[in-house]
Design a protein around this ligand. Structure first.
Ligand code: MRU
Length: 334
C-alpha cells in the first residue's frame, strides 16, 4: 500500500499529492520551513497525515539548534499557521512541544534524535490506529454479504500515516470479502477523490467508479448505496464533524434516503475543547483552486469565487463515528 511519508535517517520525503495520479514524485523535506510549505501547498494533505508530517517538521526544526522557549514558540507558530481546520495538526505540534520539555538541558544532537524518534512513534501509532478503526468498522456491516459504499475526498493511506480511516474501513470490508462497489466522489474543487482515492483503489485492486459529486442523490434514489463512509478533520464534543466541503450535502442526502453515514477518525481528530461545530474554524483556500482546472481557467473572474475547504455536519445526521477506541452512536459521549 502506497504511503505518503517516507522516513530517511534524519529527514523525510513526501509523495507530492499535487501531481498524482499521473506523476509519482518524492519531495525531500529537511526543515520546519520545508514542512510548513508542503502542508500549506497541499503536497501533503489529509488531517492525520498533516499531523504526522508536522511532528517530523517540529523535530527537524531542532536538528542543529538547542531548543529554547523562543525557538519552540517560533516553530510551533510556523507549523500551526499552515492549515487551521484539521485538529490533528494542533494535537501533533502540542504533543511535540510537551515532549520537548522533557529534553531540556540535553545536548542538541541527542535531543534531535529523541524528537525525531518520537515523530516516528506518532507516525506508527497513527497507522496502527487506522487498522484498528478498520476492524471496529466491520461491526457495522453484518446484515448483508456485500456492500456498495460511497466515499468523499481522500481519507485513505495518502491522508494518514498509512492505511487510512474511511478507506481503512473500506479496505477492511474488502479483506473480509464484503465489499461490492466503491463510488468515489470526484470532490470538487481540488479533486482529491478523482485524483487520490481512485489512485489508491486502483493500486489496491478494488472495484470503484468515480462519480461527479452531484450524482450521489440519484444513486441513492436508485438504492445503489448501502452506506457513505468519510473521514474527518475535527470532531467536536457533541459529534458535529468538519470534513471536506460537500460532506454535509451527503449527510442531508443520506438522511432523506435513509442511508447510514459513518465517520471514521482516530482519537487525535476529537477536539475535546469545543462543545459543538459552531466553534470550528473553516479554512478558506485560494480562489484559483476553484477557478482553474489544471492550467485552464474555467470562470470569467477568478476573484468572484468562494472556496471554503470544509463544512460541518451536525451530529444527528451521523449514524456512527468509528474511532480506534470503539464505535460511538448519536447522542455522542466520547
Ligand atoms: O483538504 P484536504 O485534502 O486536506 O481534506 C482532507 C479531508 O477532508 C479528509 O476527509 C480528512 O482530512 C480526513 S483524512 C483521514
Amino acid at each position: 500500500m502506497i504511503e505518503p511519508i517516507r522516513v530517511k535517517a534524519d529527514s523525510i520525503e513526501l509523495l507530492n499529492q499535487l501531481l498524482l495520479p499521473t506523476t509519482e514524485e518524492w519531495v525531500l523535506i529537511q526543515t520546519a520551513e520545508d514542512t510548513a510549505e508542503a502542508i500549506r501547498n497541499m503536497v501533503v494533505r489529509g488531517a492525520p497525515a498533516i499531523g504526522v508530517t508536522a511532528a517530523y517538521g517540529f523535530a527537524m526544526g531542532f536538528r542543529n539548534t538547542v531548543a529554547d522557549s523562543e525557538s519552540v514558540l517560533r516553530v510551533k507558530k510556523l507549523l500551526l499557521s499552515t492549515r487551521p481546520t484539521a485538529v490533528n495538526l494542533h494535537w501533533a505540534v502540542e504533543h511535540m512541544v510537551q515532549f520537548q520539555k522533557g529534553l531540556i538541558g540535553q545536548d542538541a544532537s541527542l535531543a534531535f534524535i529523541r524528537l525525531f524518534s518520537e515523530a516516528k512513534r506518532v507516525h506508527d501509532e497513527d497507522r496502527q490506529m487506522n487498522q484498528t478503526i478498520g476492524r471496529y468498522g466491520l461491526d457495522l456491516f453484518t446484515d448483508k454479504c456485500s456492500y456498495d459504499v460511497l466515499t468523499h475526498c481522500n481519507a485513505g493511506s495518502l491522508a494518514t500515516g498509512g492505511y487510512g480511516t474511511a478507506l481503512g474501513m473500506i479496505y477492511s470490508l474488502h479483506e473480509a470479502g464484503k465489499l461490492g462497489m466503491v463510488f468515489v466522489d470526484e470532490t470538487r474543487p481540488y479533486l482529491q477523490g478523482a485524483r487520490l482515492t481512485a489512485y489508491e483503489l486502483e493500486k489496491a485492486g478494488i472495484n470503484y467508479r468515480v462519480i461527479c459529486d452531484n450524482m450521489a442523490a440519484s444513486l441513492m434514489r436508485q438504492g445503489k448505496i448501502d452506506a457513505v463512509i468519510t473521514g474527518a478533520d475535527r470532531i467536536a464534543k457533541n459529534g458535529d464533524t468538519a470534513n471536506k466541503i460537500g460532506t454535509y450535502n451527503l449527510a442531508v442526502l443520506c438522511s432523506f434516503h435513509n442511508v447510514p453515514l459513518y465517520i471514521a477518525a482516530p482519537y487525535t481528530t476529537l477536539d475535546r475543547n469545543i462543545a459543538d461545530g459552531s466553534e470550528i474554524v473553516i479554512e478558506d483556500r485560494p480562489a484559483h483552486e476553484l477557478a482553474w482546472i489544471g492550467d485552464r481557467q474555467i470562470v470569467p473572474d477568478p476573484e468572484k469565487v468562494i472556496n471554503p475547504s470544509f463544512d460541518v455536519t451536525p451530529a444527528n445526521l451521523i449514524k456512527a463515528i468509528v474511532t480506534n477506541e470503539g464505535v460511538f452512536f448519536h447522542p455522542y459521549r466520547f
